[in-house]
Every structure is written in C-alpha cells, then in structure tokens.
Design a protein around this ligand. Structure first.
Ligand SMILES: Nc1ncnc2c1ncn2[C@@H]1O[C@H](COP(=O)(O)OP(=O)(O)O)[C@@H](O)[C@H]1O
Ligand code: SF4
Ligand SMILES: [Mg+2]
Length: 346
C-alpha cells in the first residue's frame, strides 16, 4: 500500500497549570491532547468528531504548526515535521493549510479580500510573483464561486457563507496538498452548510487534496468523510471507515453521539433509541484512570478503572468478518446499531 501522506503518532499537548506570580510553580496540566494516533492517505478525507473541548482544535493547530506538541510525531511524506525549522519547515507549512471555524473573526476586517487571500504570497513569493498576484487571487475567487470583481471589497460586505469561501480561497492560495478544516461550517446556517461542504468536495477532486475535516457533530462529516475518528477527552476512542462508524459502531461513546444525530425519516426516528449520557465531561486537568470514558459509561466495570483500553481492533471482535472489527478503545466493545442504515439513494 502507498505510504500515508500524513501520520500522527502519540501526539500530546499538555498546557502547564501554574500558581504564583514571581516564582511560577507548575501544579498540573491541561491535557488538551493526550495520545492521538491516526493516518491520512493521499486524496482521503478523515473526519474528526467530538464534543466541544475534547482537543480537536489543538490537534489541528499542531498539524499546521501553530502549536508545538509536548510529545509525539507528525510525519508528512515520511519526515517528522515537529522537529523541522527554517526553510524546511516553511516548505512543509506551505503544503498543509488550515481553514478556520469562524468566518466572522478569522478575516481581518481592515484588509480587502484581495489582500487577505494573497497574504500567504508575502511569505511564499515564489508561488506568485508580484505582477501575477492579482490574477491569481481573482482565479481563486472564481474557483470558490465568488465574483472575481469583488477583489477590492471588505469582509463585512459578504455573508457568512461567502466569508467562509474567502477563508477557503486563502487556504488554497499556496496550492497545498492537505487542508485541515476546523469546524468550517459550524458557524453557518444549516442551509448554507451543505453549499460549503459541496464546494470543499469539488475542490478536493479538482486539486487532489487530502482533508482533515473537524466537526462536533457526526451528521456533518458523514457525507464528506472516507473515515471518521471519534475523540473524547484528548484521545481518539474509535476510528474506522464511514460505514464502520455509522452503521457498526462498537464504542459506547460513539453510540451515544450517534443516538443524538438527527434522523430525517420519521418512522426510523421512532425506532431509534436515544442514549443519554450521565454527568459531564471530566476536566482535562483530571482525567479518570483506566478508560477515560468510564465516569459516563453505562457499561463500565472494575477493569475499566484499572486498565487503559488501547485503540486497536478489540481481540474478541477480531475474528468477526466485516465491518464490526475496527479500531475501538473499549474493553467490552460490541456492535450496537443506533441509526438505521441509509437506503442507497436512487
Ligand atoms: N492555550 C491553552 N491553554 C490552556 N488550555 C487550553 C489552551 N487551548 C486549549 N485549551 C484547553 O484544551 C482543551 C481542548 O481545547 P480545544 O482543542 O480547543 O477543543 P475543541 O476544539 O475540541 O473544542 C479545552 O479544555 C481547552 O480549554
Ligand atoms: S472500556 Fe469500559 S468504561 Fe470504557 S467505554 Fe468500554 S465499557 Fe465503557
Ligand atoms: Mg475547536
């Protein structure tokens, strides 16, 4: 099999908690990301889903080098990029770009759209020499479905959906190979979300992009992801192909998240069992021993407090044929169909 374009291994980000003003003393750590592993194949979309605060944005920031990992590696085309600096780092950064969540705050209100989209060329003039920039930016506006004549307008003159298109155009400016999209549609109206997702889908084909697509809701990533990883409290607890996660989930947390996904068909909705989780997500400064989900899990037993479940195919499921046998960090993983399988569309 071809080498993955990106491979993340043992990724950790702990933010120190300190007391004292003059003499700072570390008293603990916010374990925002606490051991994340995944790989991304060329041309693939990996969805990463989990509730707010589980560490999704921190993973995204480490991938694009806005944060330095506390531990672990990020391997891009066979090279660990967490240790690079200078020219080598710049060249890798060019190839991994981010699209941010909030199109209202991520664009500088005092810059024209042309300057916003063309700003990455200041750092990488080799991609667009000065005389060529205006045309390149206008091409990008066209590619994301905006009128190239809008180049001199300001962000406030656009709607939320249009602003996210501007953010996407900026992400594409350097012709990256990987786009890390951190909740790119979460701030948009539902009616606009599908348009932006369709645009990302089309761009993926046109520019042969690989995507990490982050969302807090499993329903949003369903149609764009080839594989999905579910995060809880700084770790991926279940990961697999689209159908493995949606139709054959084996981790109780994934099952609970799926039970909250809207089901359009009223009859199917009636038969769906809603799983309400007890309690709140624990603080990332104080992660439960053993399985980090155990304080909310209806299946928890003594073993769950003593032994950390690894993200792997559970041994008792490994001999089962088909989609049930996929990576799930649960000692007692078992399939539970929560959402009725989708009928193939006609
Ligand atoms: N710079 C920081 N310093 C301290 N804690 C942080 C910092 N950034 C994020 N966190 C904490 O790390 C956890 C994960 O945050 P984040 O990655 O933004 O989650 P998500 O994107 O899934 O909502 C949260 O508890 C958040 O408060
Ligand atoms: S390991 Fe135990 S607590 Fe964790 S998800 Fe599985 S059953 Fe629940
Ligand atoms: Mg976030």
């Amino acid at each position: 099999m071809a080498e993955p374009i990106l491979e993340v291994s043992g990724l950790v980000k702990h933010y120190p908690l300190t007391t004292g003003i003059l003499f700072k003393k570390q008293v603990g750590a916010v374990k925002a990301v606490d051991g994340v592993d995944f790989q991304l194949d060329q041309g693939e979309t990996l969805g990463i889903v989990g509730e707010s605060g589980c560490g999704k944005s921190t993973v995204a920031k480490m991938l694009v080098n806005l944060e330095r990992p506390t531990a672990g590696s990020i391997t891009y085309k066979g090279e660990d990029i967490t240790t690079l600096s200078g020219k080598a780092l710049r060249s890798v950064r060019r190839n991994i770009q981010m699209v941010f969540q909030d199109p209202y705050t991520s664009l500088n209100p005092r810059m024209t759209v042309g300057d916003i989209i063309g700003e990455p060329y200041d750092i990488h003039p080799e991609v667009a020499p000065k005389g060529d920039r205006r045309r390149k930016v206008q091409d990008l506006l066209d590619v994301v479905g905006l009128n190239p004549e809008y180049i001199n307008r300001y962000p406030h003159q656009f709607s939320g959906g249009q602003r996210q298109r501007i953010g996407i155009a900026r992400g594409l400016a350097l012709r990256p190979e990987i786009i890390v999209a951190d909740e790119p549609v979460s701030a948009l109206d539902v009616s606009i979300q599908a348009q932006v997702i369709n645009l990302l889908d089309r761009l993926q084909n046109d520019f042969e992009l690989s995507y990490i697509f982050i969302a807090h809701d499993l329903s949003i990533v369903r149609h764009i992801s080839d594989r999905v990883g579910v995060m809880y409290l700084g770790r991926i607890v279940e990961i697999g192909k689209d159908a493995e996660i949606y139709d054959h989930p084996t981790h109780p947390y994934t099952q609970a998240l799926l039970s909250a996904v809207p089901v359009p068909d009223p009859e199917a909705r009636e038969h769906r069992e809603r799983i309400i989780l007890a309690g709140d997500v624990p603080s990332p400064t104080n992660i439960p021993s053993g399985c980090r989900f155990r304080t909310r899990c209806w299946k928890a037993q003594d073993r769950c407090a003593a032994e950390v479940p690894l993200l792997a195919v559970p041994p008792h499921l490994s001999l089962l044929p088909g989609p049930t046998a996929h990576d799930s960090a649960c000692h007692f993983a078992e399939e539970k169909q929560v959402v009725p399988p989708e009928e193939p569309s006609e």
